[in-house]
Design a protein around this ligand. Structure first.
Ligand code: BMP
Length: 260
């Protein structure tokens, strides 16, 4: 069962190389925290990366919300990620025909394939999305997270969609690093990472349909390996201290879950 195994032993079971690297980082750095860097200013983004860097395994970006994006941002961002040993994850949520996804991944303003080791994709459009990500050039090691469930109220996902998404993930074992979801869906696949957003120590929801659960709840009840925290960290006065706090409660919950 995925939930009772340590990240250290799951590192060896990962078929996607970035998932393997992520398990190693989580295990050695003792953190399962992914900070969602939802900021609109590049300098602010780099400052956040420095402040939370010691406490995270992943920095998740929405690179297209930056108002002052320039490719020059990428070099310092990679440098910070390497120095603090975390992974860059662009939450692009690809959801188009394969050919368009190929362009969105490799071209345009952001050249995502050149710097993001991890990206997200929707299963909605079918396998063409994954074929496009698989065959596009870019980083030698990269991985994809498929969205099986989402945190927002009123979403249209049903059981059939979830099952079909997991089946699609199984068809691309080398490409798929994990699944974004809200419940412990794939307990029989310890090599895959469960990433769960909608995590907060204080809030229950926001004004636009986001729903939150506590760090303990997402790890112990909902099966999260990596927990995504955005405004819980970015909205704090001391973002480094907030990240450290989330990291500690999340890690304690993980230690209470693992059985070896
Ligand atoms: P916050 O903790 O501030 O609510 O941010 C959550 C982050 O996780 C956002 O970047 C959002 O795009 C992402 N996210 C989510 O909230 N729910 C999902 O189901 C999938 C997501 O990627």
């Amino acid at each position: 069962d995925r939930l009772s195994l340590s990240f250290k032993s799951r590192a060896k079971l990962a078929r996607n190389p970035v998932a393997g690297e992520l398990f190693e980082i989580m295990s050695s750095k003792k953190t399962t925290l992914c900070v969602a860097a939802d900021l609109t200013n590049s300098t602010d983004l780099l400052n956040l990366a420095e402040e939370v860097g010691p406490h995270i395994c992943i920095l998740k970006t929405h690179i297209d919300i930056l108002e002052d994006f320039h490719l020059n941002l990428i070099k310092p961002l990679i440098e910070i990620a390497q120095r603090h040993n975390f992974i860059l994850f662009e939450d692009r949520k690809f959801a188009d025909i394969g050919k368009t996804v190929e362009y969105q991944y490799s071209s345009g303003v952001y050249h995502i394939s050149l710097w993001a080791s991890l990206v997200t994709a929707h299963s909605l459009m079918g396998k063409g999305v994954l074929d496009a990500l698989k065959r596009s050039g870019g980083l030698y090691k990269r991985g994809v997270f498929l969205l099986a469930e989402v945190s927002s109220a009123g979403n249209l996902i049903n059981d059939g969609y979830v099952k079909a998404t997991l089946a699609m993930a199984e068809e691309y074992p080398e490409l798929i690093a994990g699944v974004v979801c809200q419940s412990p869906l794939f307990r029989a696949h310890p090599g895959l990472v469960q990433l769960t957003p909608g995590v907060s120590l204080d809030a229950e929801k926001d004004a636009l349909g986001q729903r939150y659960a506590s760090p303990r709840n997402v790890v112990l009840e909902r099966g999260a390996d990596v927990a995504v925290v955005g405004r819980g960290v970015t909205g704090a006065k001391d973002r480094g201290a907030a990240a450290q706090k989330y990291r500690e409660v999340l890690w304690e919950a993980y230690l209470g879950r693992v059985e070896e």
